[in-house]
Design a protein around this ligand. Structure first.
Ligand SMILES: [Zn+2]
Length: 317
């Protein structure tokens, strides 16, 4: 068990997400018609990151409790966005175990009464670890299973809802030499991102979701403030991504991965808020993270292009 006071270990271990078959059909329908929910155009969505469902640790029971809480949010809540790491781990287990974890995830998510938009996390990827046993020829290897079942055929994409634009990024790439993942937005995705935003224009409010954060003050707060993060902890080319995003009205960048709840605001620069959204599983289903409970975010998007974010525990003990 990695200690949160050990940045290297915790970063290496604290990875994860969730998706739902039930949500997929409604998701497609909603994306196609552009979803008009009526009223003044304001809406909420729930941000669930780092679920890490497993047969152990009462994790499925915990996810169901979280889902019950989300189901009770009310009619203004339009959908769920996940932040990645839906299953406990696909990196270092065999193909059957990957299938079993996703099956359990699907089973739990049948109870969710909202569409779901899935963001890929490192633990959703099959076999990308030195100890990985999934062969490259197996369908569970890499990102294909996630893309096929939860990403509408892709690992990154965008959609619109009531005047807001959402971008779900794939922040994980593969170091073939060391058989490890690292945080990176690849060139093809950066080109797609630039083209997507060009179409969106400079006024529409944008929310970006990336499993691996662009920034974090975790190590600075808990260790040597001069210490840098490792390649797995942050998106290593965040500066290149921000250069693309900087020309547009990006209000919020949501992330997961570290299981901490932190909010970074560069108040005088771009006015983008960066929120790492805690974790549905807390400390890997073993308790709170530095006092922050197992929970999820509720994001309220206003018609004037502003938002509010509230982190909510769902009462897990
Ligand atoms: Zn992660």
């Amino acid at each position: 068990m990695a200690s949160l006071n050990s940045p290297t270990l915790s970063r290496r271990s604290l990875l994860g997400v969730a998706a739902g078959i039930f949500g997929l059909s409604r998701l497609t329908e909603e994306t196609t018609r552009g979803a008009e929910s009526g009223g003044d155009g304001a809406f909420n969505f729930a941000f669930l990151t780092d679920i890490h469902v497993t047969e152990k640790l009462r994790a499925a029971e915990g996810l169901r409790a979280c889902i019950n809480s989300v189901n009770a949010l009310g009619a203004e809540t339009a959908f769920v966005v996940t932040g990645g790491d839906h299953i406990m781990d696909g990196l270092a287990v065999d193909a059957a175990e990957v299938r079993a974890q996703w099956a359990l995830y699907d089973e739990c998510m049948k109870e969710l009464r909202l569409p779901v938009h899935h963001t890929i996390g490192n633990h959703d990827i099959g076999g990308w670890a030195p100890k990985g046993t999934i062969q490259t020829t197996e369908p569970e290897f890499g990102k294909a299973l996630f893309a096929q079942k939860y990403g509408l055929g892709r690992t990154y994409r965008s959609f619109d809802h009531n005047g807001w634009h959402f971008i779900l990024l794939d922040s994980i790439q593969f170091d073939e030499l060391n058989k490890e993942y690292y945080g990176w937005i690849d060139d093809a995705q950066l080109a797609w991102l630039a083209a997507d935003l060009k179409q969106v224009g400079q006024t529409k409010p944008v929310i970006v979701v990336t499993h691996i954060p662009f920034f974090s003050v975790w190590s600075q707060l808990n260790g040597d403030p001069r210490k840098g993060e490792g390649p797995k902890s942050l998106v290593n080319n965040a500066a290149a991504v921000r250069k693309v995003l900087g020309e547009y009205n990006v209000k919020l960048v949501l992330s997961g991965h570290g299981h901490v709840y932190e909010r970074i605001e560069l108040a005088h620069y771009n006015r983008t808020t960066y929120i790492q959204g805690g974790a549905v599983c807390g400390l890997w289903w073993r308790g709170k993270v530095m006092g922050n409970p197992e929970g999820y975010g509720v994001v309220s998007c206003k018609q004037d292009g502003t938002f509010e974010y509230e982190y909510r525990g769902y009462g897990w003990v």
